[in-house]
Design a protein around this ligand. Structure first.
Ligand code: SF4
Ligand code: SF4
Ligand code: FES
Length: 259
């Protein structure tokens, strides 16, 4: 879908303006599948405190200007991974971006553009259909696989062994990485970086016995070899996970048949 037409201005006079607030322009890509054939930009001049998060500003618009504005959010603390969106063209979590970090230089009007993440079908406004993303996630079997008799005590692991996959345990499945990946945009059948990160988390877990199975899955035409090492995914990750490094480690495990 391509966006058309100039932004529509909206009446924002009912939005409360607390002391210390500044007026910023939120330029949001809107799409209602019931009435629109294409997405279009709408503009909202709203008061916001520098300490507000972008999510707060979106909530103000939803609460005081247009209740139909649609986006996902839950925790508001960068934990649940629900509110990934493009903020000024970069994939971010709306609850982790502060208004003060987006303010224009003195005297200039701050304009913040907000659009849905790319590579997944837009359902309405800022929320996308995450099913293709979760389908790839499920395909790599992101759970501990262990065979044989049930152990009578916990499965012991050394600190060094735990360290091997520590980084990839931090994933919150926000899709910022996968939806910033040019290979994923151009070829929806690629598993995408998030699925590989979650496979990595178990492939390198010394307690797991499913590594071979997962590596076979990722050796597929849609697997790790599609990655072009452009680092978009690492730059986009709000958890600071070394996504490309994890993908490289999976590639090495496949090349040398050793985890
Ligand atoms: S490093 Fe690989 S997975 Fe990450 S964005 Fe680039 S091509 Fe996609
Ligand atoms: S690896 Fe990072 S960017 Fe990708 S889904 Fe997990 S938390 Fe989000
Ligand atoms: S709302 Fe949970 S991560 Fe932003």
């Amino acid at each position: 879908m391509t966006a058309v037409a100039e932004p529509t201005a909206n009446d924002t006079s009912q939005v409360p303006a607390p002391e210390g607030s500044v007026t910023i322009t939120m330029r949001i890509l809107r799409f209602n599948p019931e009435v629109d054939s294409e997405p279009h930009w709408e503009s909202y001049d709203v008061p916001a405190l520098p300490t507000d998060r972008v999510l707060n500003v979106l909530m103000s618009i939803k609460n005081y200007v247009d209740g139909t504005l649609s986006f996902r959010r839950s925790c508001a603390h960068g934990i649940c991974g629900s509110d990934a969106m493009q903020i000024n063209g970069i994939n971010r979590l709306a609850c982790k971006v502060l208004v003060k970090d987006l303010l224009a230089k003195e005297g200039k009007q701050t304009v913040v553009t907000i659009a849905p993440i790319k590579g997944l079908p837009t359902m309405k406004d800022l929320y996308v259909d995450m099913e293709p993303f979760f389908e790839a996630y499920r395909a790599v079997k992101p759970y501990l696989m262990a065979y044989g008799n049930e152990p009578t005590r916990e499965r012991i692991q050394s600190q060094a062994d735990r360290e091997r996959f520590d980084d990839t345990t931090k994933c919150i499945l926000c899709a910022c990485c996968t939806s910033s990946c040019p290979v994923y945009w151009n070829d929806g059948s690629y598993f995408g970086p998030a699925a590989i990160v979650n496979a990595h988390r178990f492939i390198f877990d010394s307690r797991d016995e499913g590594s071979e199975e997962r590596l076979d899955i990722l050796n597929d035409a849609e697997g790790v070899w599609r990655c072009r090492t452009t680092f978009n995914c690492t730059d986009a990750c709000p958890r600071g996970i070394q996504v490309t490094k994890a993908i490289q480690e999976v590639k090495r495990a496949l090349l040398f048949k050793r985890v």
